[in-house]
Design a binder for this molecule. Structure first.
Ligand code: ADP
Ligand code: MG
Length: 319
């Protein structure tokens, strides 16, 4: 079995560098050149086996997802991905597992010209922490605060697929491969985030479910919202497997969507559609912000709807 340093060498051998990496893997720390006029945007996310992914998930999927959830945070800040570090805790030194993990991780990294510049390798229960660094022109990061009453609420792509896959997996019944793909290989909306610079007033990525995450935007902006359930962007696959009553809880509280939820004045709608179209991402208006605090959900019949449970919170479980 390879030791810690042999594993690190294995990782280092596969990494493609970037012009602004003065020093990458191999020293005590990395040295990175932040261009003048840019803010550095930093985010970190941990995936723990059995909590964030089924323990038997394919290593390549775990590698992809460990990076995707971090890139999704950069996307939500409208930052361009630049560098990342990888802290790997492995039950044993398994070179094949690390190779497969890197297949998924580096495929996504290279797609976004993101350079792995360092990390840590330790033994213990399987857990992966990625820290990702992005760049945004000074002052232009997209925050959770900044939304205004009257702004429209938008969501990219479609929501609920990953939660649908998780529900099917838990039930051990028939499972859709398409839904499962969205759970295992989420697409971080990096291009959409960049396209929204200067257009959106506030934004967040959907990791814990629309209800919880939009709730964060409302809290940060001291506003309320009215959302039309009939307008939630829904994939045909999700609609084929779950009727409305079964679908709404997945879409509002399921989580793991890694879509962007953002706000913008109605007058910006055309510019947003054009910018997102160029970025190759669809987006849908699902409701509007109001001055009165609180989140109100309306069925297509105009009736009030209460989501059955809030998003997942560590230390509190699902509640
Ligand atoms: P130190 O003991 O000085 O912290 P390490 O032996 O932990 O150094 O790491 C040696 C080098 O390898 C460092 O540049 C570190 O950033 C890098 N490194 C360690 N583990 C990983 C990993 N999982 N992925 C990428 N780089 C790593
Ligand atoms: Mg170390």
């Amino acid at each position: 079995m390879p030791g810690e340093f042999a594993l690190i060498d294995r990782i280092r051998a596969r990494v493609r560098t970037r012009h602004d990496v003065a020093l990458g893997i191999g020293d005590d720390a990395a040295v990175l050149r932040v261009p003048a006029g840019y803010d550095l945007v930093v985010t970190s996310d941990t995936l723990v086996a059995g909590v964030h992914f089924p323990a038997e998930s394919a290593a390549a999927d775990i590698g992809w997802k460990a990076l995707a959830v971090n890139l999704s945070d950069l996307a939500a800040m409208a930052a361009t991905p630049a560098w990342c570090t990888l802290a790997l805790t492995l039950p044993q030194s398994d070179a094949d597992w690390v190779d497969s993990f890197l297949d998924g991780f580096l495929e996504l990294a290279e797609h976004h010209d993101l350079c792995l510049v360092g990390g840590d390798t330790t033994q213990g229960p399987l857990s992966i922490t990625v820290t990702a660094h992005g760049l945004v022109p000074e002052g232009q990061a997209l925050r959770r605060s900044g939304a205004q009453a009257g702004d429209e609420v938008w969501v990219t792509g479609s929501i609920g697929d990953a939660a649908g896959a998780l529900q099917q997996w838990r039930a051990r019944g028939p499972a859709s491969a398409k839904l499962r793909h969205r759970l295992d290989r989420p697409t971080p909306r990096v291009e959409a985030g960049l396209a929204l610079r200067g257009l959106a007033t506030a934004g967040i990525d959907l990791s814990d479910g629309l209800a919880a995450d939009l709730g964060h935007v409302l809290a940060a902006s001291a506003l309320g919202a009215r959302i039309d359930l009939g307008r939630l962007p829904t994939s045909r696959t999700l609609a084929d497997h779950f009727d409305e009553a079964a679908r709404w809880p997945l879409q509002l509280s399921g989580g793991d969507d890694y879509e962007l939820c953002f706000t913008a004045p109605p007058a910006a709608a055309f510019a947003i559609e054009q910018a997102l179209d160029q970025a190759g991402v669809t987006a849908t208006v699902i409701g509007q912000l109001e001055a009165t605090p609180g989140l109100r959900w309306l069925t297509p019949e105009g009736e009030d709807y209460t989501p059955p449970r809030a998003g997942y919170q560590h230390f509190q479980g699902v509640h």
